[in-house]
Design a protein around this ligand. Structure first.
Ligand code: ING
Length: 311
């Protein structure tokens, strides 16, 4: 019996700084219902899906920063999304800014959760690769202050057996680092879910927009192919308060081929019937890790952080 999971990527257009969560949830509910009509069993929303991409702003007042975070999950603002998903029998991935109190202190993470078709939170992931900088840099064309507003994720890259397969999660910049995919690949992952907010412009100049899109798809396709896994990558896209975010949401199969691709920078649904059994061939041939990997030669990958060129 094939394990076909119909997956929908719910790309979202821009969320302006002045937009409230209720208006965003309305848009997400419309996408969820469309996904249901398309037969989807799982919907993937973007990174930080409930608000504008606030790490582009220098915010000094902590209370103002914390207003961009969710102090609990679910909470009254997002409860309609959980209720609709449960009614429709659809699981979902949701990216949001997590404010939590753990170990006697307040913690802030760029987080994603995996919710099953009963509305139960199955798993949580906290973004490991935080790009950008911690201090405002006036030399940049725009700020990217994820290192200022979030801690590095402390949950690693777990996977979960659910929805008929082995599912994993990551967030945005994580997709640029091959280690992200391989740690999940070594756990037998069959579908990796991720959301992203990717500025169209390089804050330090250079790099044309078309290269941004090429790099995005290159990372997704390579990660999928080299770990024989589906990868579902979903954008928050479009012009947020004058700052453009790329679209290009896509679903890549275990061969690395793109099987669904967004064509706008608006709220847009992409859907694919993903046969999870397709992952088996690559895992048993070219990427049979047990037969072909040589970890005894890979020590530098975990022993070093930066590169050390020869003298
Ligand atoms: N955004 C961007 C991303 O990784 C970035 C930041 C863009 C880093 C391009 C390097 C190059 O897609 C987030 N939110 O990580």
């Amino acid at each position: 019996m094939t394990r076909i999971l119909t997956v929908a990527g719910a790309q979202m257009g821009p969320i302006q700084r002045a937009d409230d969560r209720a208006s965003v949830i309305e848009r997400m509910l419309a996408l969820l219902h469309r996904a249901h009509r398309r037969g989807a069993g799982l919907v993937v929303f973007p990174e930080l899906a409930l608000t504008t991409f606030f790490p582009r702003w220098v915010i000094d007042d902590q209370a103002e920063v914390d207003a961009w975070f969710e102090a609990g999950m679910p909470n009254p603002a997002v409860q309609p999304l959980f209720d609709a998903a449960r009614t429709l029998g659809i699981g979902f991935y949701l990216g949001y800014a997590e404010l939590t109190h753990e170990g006697g202190r307040t913690r802030r993470f760029n987080t994603a959760i995996l919710v099953d078709e009963t509305g139960t939170i199955l798993g949580k992931y906290r973004k490991v690769h935080l790009p950008g900088h911690a201090e405002p840099d006036p030399a940049r064309l725009h700020q990217h202050l994820e290192k200022r507003y979030f801690e590095v994720g402390d949950l690693g890259f777990p996977v979960w057996r659910t929805l008929g397969g082995v599912m994993g999660m990551c967030i945005c910049n994580d997709r640029r680092w091959p280690e992200t995919y391989r740690v999940m690949g070594l756990q037998g992952v069959e579908m990796i879910l991720l959301g992203y907010n990717t500025p169209a412009q390089n804050a330090q100049g250079g790099e044309e927009v078309h290269l941004r899109m090429m790099h995005h798809h290159l990372c997704i396709q390579a990660g999928a192919y080299q770990n024989s896994s589906f990868v579902v990558a979903v954008a928050k896209a479009g012009l947020e308060d004058g700052h453009d975010l790329i679209g290009g949401s896509c679903i890549a199969g275990p061969t690395g081929a793109i099987v669904a691709l967004a064509t706008t920078q608006k709220d847009e649904l992409i859907v694919a019937d993903c046969d999870l059994d397709q992952c088996a061939f690559g895992k048993a041939s070219v990427f049979d890790f047990a037969a072909h990997r040589r970890p005894e030669h890979y020590g530098r990958i975990t022993a070093q952080t930066g590169a050390t060129p020869p003298p």
